[in-house]
Structure formats: structure tokens, C-alpha cells
Design a protein around this ligand. Structure first.
Ligand SMILES: Nc1ncnc2c1ncn2[C@@H]1O[C@H](COP(=O)(O)OP(=O)(O)OP(=O)(O)O)[C@@H](O)[C@H]1O
Ligand SMILES: [Mg+2]
Length: 210
């Protein structure tokens, strides 16, 4: 059987990932696609426990420890959720994946890219998303949106410079893999973003089915 379709959603906090993952899920389900909707860090029982730790701990966390925990959660996620769903031929929509490690732990925290690349190659040497949608907004826009809705987690409490570095690292990552990334202007009105997203999803579906 043909492998399923792996689509990831990326961007800084408040960029619109969760909003558009949910919308994309409806869009694909309406077209009869079998879907798995998941997120990182998280997606499994262990992964959600690690997420809670990563987002809420008051303890000091070295940047490389953070990177290792992210990849630990990811390893379990691939094992329990992502690979089985793809093997069944379904479509996996994932709110954040390895690009987020390059952006947050790499760009944001300064973990060497070389080390992250080793972890990437260890944990999923043979798998990359078929499509990665990068919602791009400035650090100010992202922070203002997050501040409106909830009390900030351990990442969201970082300052504007942190998110400038995260955003830049995402854009750099996109340059390195232009074939799988699409950048969306996350500051456009939601219906405009969705119209563009509909086009991209239709395109990847048509490629996948042929
Ligand atoms: N294009 C847009 N224009 C205006 N508001 C938007 C747009 N996209 C998302 N929002 C709003 O911004 C807020 C944050 O969006 P959302 O939760 O989808 O972001 P996120 O990328 O998932 O953030 P986080 O990383 O914190 O989970 C929500 O209130 C959402 O309605
Ligand atoms: Mg979200």
C-alpha cells in the first residue's frame, strides 16, 4: 500500500498553527481522507507527560537537555502514532515537528545545528514531512496574540529577541528544504490564509493520489 501523507504545521507561538490545523482537518475529512491529528511535543501518553514537563517545569533546563527531551517525545510519537498511521495509508497532520526543534532549541536557545542534525538523523533518518506549512508572523504579532488568550508557558515567557531568532531559524530551515515548505503570511485575514491553504492542500493531495 502507498504510504500516507505527512503534513506538519510550524511557526512561532501565536502564528496560527492550531487554528489552521483544525481547519485543514475539516477540509481533508470533507474530501474523504482518513486523518490522524496530533501535536508535538506530545501525541502519546509519555509525550504529553514530557510536554507538561517542558512547558511548565520551574527547574533549570539546559538547552541541550531540552532538545534531547523534545527528541525523546518525538521518538515515541513516531513509534506509536506517526509511523503506524502512515503505514496504514492515512494522512497525518502534526502541529509542530522537527523543524520546531531547529527553530526553538537551535535558533532560540542556541543549540548547535550540527547536534540537532545528529538527533534528527537518529530519530527519523528515513522520514521527512511531505509538506510543511510555515505560518510566518513577526515576533510582536505572535506575542501580542498569545498574550490575549492565555497565561504564557515556559517558552511563551521568552522575550521578543528569542522569537526573532526562532522565526529566523524557521526561515533558514525553509531555505534548506524549499521542496517541502510553503510559507503563509500569518498576518493576513484568516479567510485569506485558508483560501491559500486550500490550494496547497489540493495540490499535495493530487500529487499524492497519482
Ligand atoms: N491570520 C490571523 N489573523 C488574525 N488572528 C489570527 C490569525 N491566525 C490566528 N489568529 C488568532 O491568533 C491566536 C493564536 O492562534 P493559534 O492558537 O492558532 O496559534 P498557534 O500558532 O497555535 O500558537 P501556539 O504556538 O501558542 O499554540 C488565536 O486567537 C487565533 O484566532
Ligand atoms: Mg497552538
Amino acid at each position: 500500500m502507498k504510504r500516507g501523507l505527512f503534513i506538519t504545521f510550524e511557526g512561532i507561538d501565536g502564528a496560527g498553527k492550531s487554528t489552521h490545523v483544525a481547519w485543514s482537518a475539516d477540509f481533508l475529512r470533507a474530501r474523504g481522507i482518513t486523518l490522524t491529528l496530533t501535536r508535538e511535543p506530545g501525541g502519546t501518553v509519555l509525550g504529553e507527560e514530557l510536554r507538561e514537563l517542558l512547558l511548565a517545569t520551574q527547574a533549570p533546563v539546559h538547552a541541550e537537555t531540552e532538545a534531547l527531551l523534545m527528541f525523546s517525545a518525538r521518538r515515541q510519537h513516531l513509534e506509536e502514532v506517526i509511523r503506524p498511521a502512515l503505514a496504514r495509508g492515512g494522512c497525518v497532520l502534526c502541529d509542530r515537528f522537527t523543524d520546531a526543534s531547529f527553530a526553538y532549541q537551535g535558533g532560540g536557545r542556541g543549540v548547535e545545528k550540527r547536534k540537532l542534525a545528529v538527533l534528527e538523523d537518529w530519530v527519523h533518518p528515513d522520514l521527512q514531512p511531505d509538506l510543511t506549512v510555515l505560518f510566518d508572523v513577526s515576533a510582536e504579532v505572535g506575542q501580542a496574540r498569545v498574550a490575549r488568550i492565555k497565561s504564557p508557558d515556559r517558552f511563551e515567557r521568552e522575550n521578543a529577541e528569542f522569537f526573532v531568532r526562532v522565526r529566523d531559524a524557521y526561515l533558514e530551515r525553509m531555505k534548506e528544504s524549499p521542496h517541502r515548505f510553503v510559507r503563509m503570511d500569518g498576518t493576513k485575514p484568516i479567510p485569506d490564509v485558508q483560501a491559500e491553504l486550500a490550494q496547497k492542500l489540493t495540490l499535495i493531495l493530487s500529487k499524492w493520489k497519482t
